[in-house]
Design a protein around this ligand. Sequence first.
Ligand SMILES: [Zn+2]
Ligand SMILES: [Zn+2]
Length: 313
Amino acid sequence: MAESVAATPPSPVAQTIDLLGDRLTLAILREAFVDHVRRFSQWIDRTGAPPAMLTARLNALVEAGLMERRPQPHGGDRHDYLMTELGVATWEILVSLWAWQREWSPEGVLQPELVHTDCGHRGPPALMCRHCGRTVGTRDAQLELDPESLVLATRSGRRRSTRNAPSVSRVDLQFTEVMEAIGDRWSAFVTGLALSGVRRFGEFQSILKISPTTLTERLGRLSEVQILARSEHGGGREYLLTPRGRGLFPIFAFLLSWTQVAHPDALPLGPKLHHPDCGSRLLPALRCRGCDARLERTSVRFEPFPFGNRLPL
Ligand SMILES: [Zn+2]
Ligand SMILES: [Zn+2]
């Protein structure tokens, strides 16, 4: 509790994980995108969240500049919550989360379907490099981590434990597995390091300056949900990304690119993405697998699955 560095603001990437590595926050944004939800009562209906918890998350979104409150016409002291430009800019993160769940989680078939309105294609998009226009596979890009920035990222500021948050049944059903990878700073940085090629316990530990107990716990969880796989290699144990772990790459790519939009002045700090094929920094975008066009937010829509917007209980 009484860490001397507690007053240092968390790094931009850590702030992103703190804010967006949260089930209810993602569900709030998802409902706002998919169904244009803007009222407190609508989110309560759809997520089943306790009101105090929903209030806290909406306040955090307002404070971070992703939403703004607008008085409702004739609403007395009631407010609508509208997404700002920065809030809208999270749409590629949400689409990537959706695409991952669709492909890799058991509840994937219950996800609404993404449709490219321009060509009618249905289904997950591909990742592309905005610089050269090529499609980027999960093995075609590099994540470069500056160890110094990671120490800053993980050591400073408040660290909310999402694991101890009260359970929200309907929301829980939707982001359970991906939360193992982005639900807190340690998990996110361990997964990020794995995506950047780190495999050995000692390497994770020396870069993150993390206690062996915490690291063992996170590696164990990530292995349990089959994001990492343990393997004995030569003299030591290694942790390799599984295909579903590697499939998290677009989520991390968009989390990082959004972080740069949210913190334009903090650019030199933190992880960077490269596209070795074209030698440039990777600015990720989504591409339609049907017509190859770059997807714009206004050219996609989600079609609810047959049960409506909720999972059947
Ligand atoms: Zn490129
Ligand atoms: Zn298309």
